[in-house]
Design a protein around this ligand. Structure first.
Ligand code: MG
Ligand code: MG
Ligand code: MG
Length: 305
């Protein structure tokens, strides 16, 4: 593609989809030529709800990029989570709120990262920085992304800046944040329509540390026991994935978004990375008060693995 393209990570969440659309809007206006929003996977139910609510089109699905393609990455930087062919693409810009890992480029780039709760919080700043007016639809999409990543500002990843941004965006989009936010999050807890194989991929992040490969996946629910009714089949699919990808560890986190707790199914040779901190019984670790993979689970696995 001749146009610059923008995409979030594989197994896209609401931030990865909405921030791609919003960044494409901003960059199209800043550059004066069309920047195309793309996605690296299927759109989940929560994100579908948001796109429909604000009348936004689904970004274009891509699987790989050609050599020399100019790309903008949002909501990620790790090469294990990005598009195939990235090594030979021209990474023009990264807007992110994650740790930097396995990332390198051959040319200078614009890299904008802050430890905030959501990529869209940074996009809001970039509109201001570039003196571009935010349309209500874009405000609604940014709002949706922040609500999703911060679980309505309740996740420990939430910063003051996220909360302030939500207030400003709610005004522009003319939205009752609590009401809309709960509806959107609930739309994402409808897991019945997914097979177990789909469930474990829905929001999975693959991570590599030296030679160790592992996955931390997460689903949101209003009832952990409901999801655990499918435990045997979920474990079967997780074990298949462990074999197929040579994983040392697979953590499938089930998060109760109403009570802000999680339970995780933990499998693989290196379950000790979790069991050092949380007792594992029947392959399940109970994690009271845990909702954030990035801030509460990933750091402890990285420390122990
Ligand atoms: Mg994300
Ligand atoms: Mg994000
Ligand atoms: Mg997330």
């Amino acid at each position: 593609m001749e146009n610059v393209i923008v995409f979030g990570h594989k197994n896209p969440d609401t931030d990865s989809i909405c921030s791609a659309i919003v960044m494409a809007d901003l960059q199209t206006k800043v550059r004066g030529e069309e920047v195309i929003p793309c996605r690296l996977g299927e759109i989940n139910e929560e994100t579908k709800f948001a796109l429909k609510y604000f009348g936004a089109k689904e970004p274009q699905l891509i699987e790989k990029v050609e050599e020399g393609q100019t790309v903008i990455m949002v909501d990620h930087n790790e090469f294990t989570q990005t598009v195939d062919g990235i090594e030979n693409a021209k990474i023009d810009t990264v807007i992110d709120h994650h740790r930097i890992n396995n990332f390198k480029t051959s040319e200078p780039l614009f890299y904008y990262a802050q430890p905030v709760g959501c990529t869209s919080t940074l996009l809001y700043e970039l509109y201001t920085l570039n003196n571009v007016k935010i349309e209500p639809q874009m405000a609604g999409l940014m709002l949706s992304a922040i609500i999703s990543d911060t679980l309505l500002l309740k996740s420990p990843t939430t910063t003051e800046k996220d909360a302030k941004t939500v207030k400003e965006l709610a005004k522009i989009a003319n939205i009752d944040v609590e009401k809309y936010g709960l509806e959107m999050l609930k739309a994402g807890t409808n897991l019945d329509k997914y097979t177990e194989d789909e469930l474990i991929r829905l929001d999975a992040k693959k991570i590599e540390k030296e030679d160790i490969k592992y996955i931390i996946a997460q689903v949101n629910t209003v009832s952990i026991p409901d999801v655990l009714k499918r435990k045997a089949k979920i474990e079967e699919e997780m074990n298949k994935e462990i074999l197929a990808k040579g994983l040392s560890l697979f953590v499938f986190v089930i998060t109760d978004i109403v009570n802000s707790n999680s339970e995780a199914i933990v499998l693989g040779d290196r379950v000790d990375a979790i069991s050092k901190t949380y007792e594992i019984k029947d392959n399940i670790a109970v994690m009271p008060g845990v909702v954030s993979r990035k801030k509460q689970i990933l750091p402890l696995v990285e420390k122990n693995i």
